[in-house]
Design a protein. Structure first.
Length: 75
């Protein structure tokens, strides 16, 4: 399984926010933002902080993608 945060980045654009706004207002480290930008997994605590700040549900910011299916699409 792969983690996709495309929904989060789109939500930030829709709300006219930048990653640095998310980082400072949600109380998460810049290293965590970088990790998310690369599709890395983060703790549920981080996801809850982001959801609280953006007033959304976790399904609004993260998506799990089956790695095998995404590889088939690229072939």
């Amino acid at each position: 399984m792969e983690v996709s945060y495309k929904k989060l980045w789109k939500l930030l654009i829709d709300k006219d926010l930048m990653k640095k706004d998310l980082q400072s207002n949600a109380g998460i480290s810049w290293a965590t933002i970088t990790k998310m930008s690369k599709g890395g997994a983060v703790s549920t605590d981080v996801l809850m902080r982001i959801c609280k700040y953006l007033q959304c549900d976790v399904g609004d910011i993260v998506e799990f993608i089956d790695a095998e299916k995404s590889e088939e699409k690229t072939k």
